[in-house]
Design a protein around this ligand. Structure first.
Ligand code: DOR
Length: 424
């Protein structure tokens, strides 16, 4: 029997109130025991003195690019990037080529995830065939084969009847909305504001997002369906989601690390590295997103890890694709720039990256460190600084490239499998 004994680490699992120096005994893929001075002669011992042990992170929103765009990322490199960022479960978005819109593509993702054998990759199926917004894909069959949610991410399902039917057809699966009315965002590149006019860059008003969220919330009310709003970026969106929650609708929401960390001011340099969809907005919006996370209006952090090749991000601002690399820097950047600067408490951060995503998507026995739960852990030295380079991802489109962050990962344990990140 495979056994791992982690000794002398500081366990921080806020959902079940563990904030203590305790040992963890892992047997096969499960957490067998948490306690003081555990002894086991058969176990491989990991000395975690000076290290902090969090539940494995769960990312509800990752672009792994396989199949079709393997020059940006693939399931192998993306799984390695996930493990190096402390993620033990990641949900793969279906804007691939072909899209994940059939039972066969769902099976393909799961098979590749098994072959690679690192973070668990769970497919999100497309809502519509070819992600074209017109005809529902076979949601039930995809769900039976392992799709855990549905989304046309990258595009909003603009046809209200189609969205209604998706919410009705699989009422217990999250329908993840990329809320963007493209008849309003048009060819915009950054937040529409006095700054975008001054810079002469085409803007995307936050109303393009808010209109879409308002419609989706109304459809969630009509259908009692399960709606999840992806990458919330504005104060106005937070207000609509707060109202939906006050009416007990089955609505949840996520925010990305980059919308918590950056504002439209970054676009002053015209650097495409900061071109994301939805765009970075104002400081007022950023503050509202942090507050919404603390208040539980926004349920969790999801990365929207969006790898793009260097040559693509070297196009000018209008031509370059939207997206930022996240998996390997998400925790350290939020820890360095929000927690250590007292803008966000570590409890909210860890809840938002582990317990909450598991809870809102209904994943069993992950998201906290508890006896009987799956041994999914991420183990960090919170005092160690590191420079962002040599990432496992195939792409390097992060604004933190070459920058120093605090909080360095040491080990990720995925279903009892120990990964020494330095050797990954
Ligand atoms: O910035 C983004 N990049 N936002 C999206 O919605 C899609 C993503 C991508 O696939 O590159």
């Amino acid at each position: 029997m495979d056994k791992i004994l982690i000794k002398n680490g500081h366990i921080f699992s806020p959902s079940n109130r563990i904030d203590d120096k305790l040992d963890i005994l892992i047997v096969e893929d499960r957490i067998e025991k948490i306690g003081e001075n555990i002894l086991d002669n058969e176990a491989k011992v990991i000395d975690a003195s000076g290290l902090t042990i969090f539940p494995g992170f769960i990312d509800l929103h990752t672009h792994l690019r396989e199949p079709g765009f393997e020059y940006k990322e693939d399931i192998n490199s993306g799984s390695r990037a996930a493990a190096a960022g402390g993620f033990t479960t990641v949900l793969a978005m279906p804007n691939t080529n072909p899209p994940i819109d059939t039972p066969e593509t769902v099976e393909y993702i799961l098979k590749r995830s098994d072959e690679v054998g690192l973070a668990k990759i769970l497919p999100i199926g497309a809502i519509t065939k070819e992600r074209a917004g017109e005809e529902l894909a076979d949601l039930r069959l995809m769900a039976e084969l392992g799709a855990v949610a549905f989304s046309d991410d990258g595009d909003w399902v603009a046809n209200s009847s189609v969205m209604r039917r998706a919410l009705e057809y699989v009422p217990d699966f999250p329908i993840v909305s990329h809320a963007e009315d493209k008849t309003l965002s048009l060819k915009g590149v950054m937040n529409e504001s006095p700054l975008s006019y001054k810079l002469g860059i085409k803007g995307i008003p936050s109303e393009a997002e808010e209109i879409a969220i308002a419609r989706d919330v109304l459809l969630a009310k009509l259908t009692n369906g399960r709606l999840h709003i992806a990458h919330v970026s504005s104060r106005g969106s937070v207000e609509i989601i707060a109202q939906a929650k006050s009416k007990n609708l089955r609505v949840t929401a996520e925010v990305t690390p980059h919308h918590l960390l950056f504002t439209e001011e970054e676009l002053k340099t015209y650097d495409p590295i900061f071109k994301v969809n939805p765009p970075l907005r104002t400081e007022e919006d950023r503050k509202a997103l942090i507050q919404a996370l603390k208040d539980g209006i926004i349920d969790c952090i999801a990365t929207d890890h969006a790898p793009h090749a260097s040559f693509e991000k070297e196009f000018d601002l209008n031509q370059a694709p939207f997206g930022i690399l996240e998996l390997e820097v998400a925790f350290s950047s939020l820890y360095t720039h929000l927690v250590l600067k007292n803008e966000l408490d570590i409890r909210t951060l860890i809840m938002a990256m582990s317990y909450m995503p598991a809870k809102i998507f209904g994943f069993d026995r992950i998201g906290e460190i508890r006896e009987g739960y799956l041994a999914d852990l991420s183990i960090w030295n919170l005092n160690e600084k590191w420079t962002v380079r040599n990432l496992k991802s195939k792409s390097r489109n992060t604004p933190f490239w070459g920058k120093e962050l605090q909080g360095k990962i040491k080990y990720t344990i995925i279903g009892g499998k120990l990964i020494d990140v330095d050797e990954l």
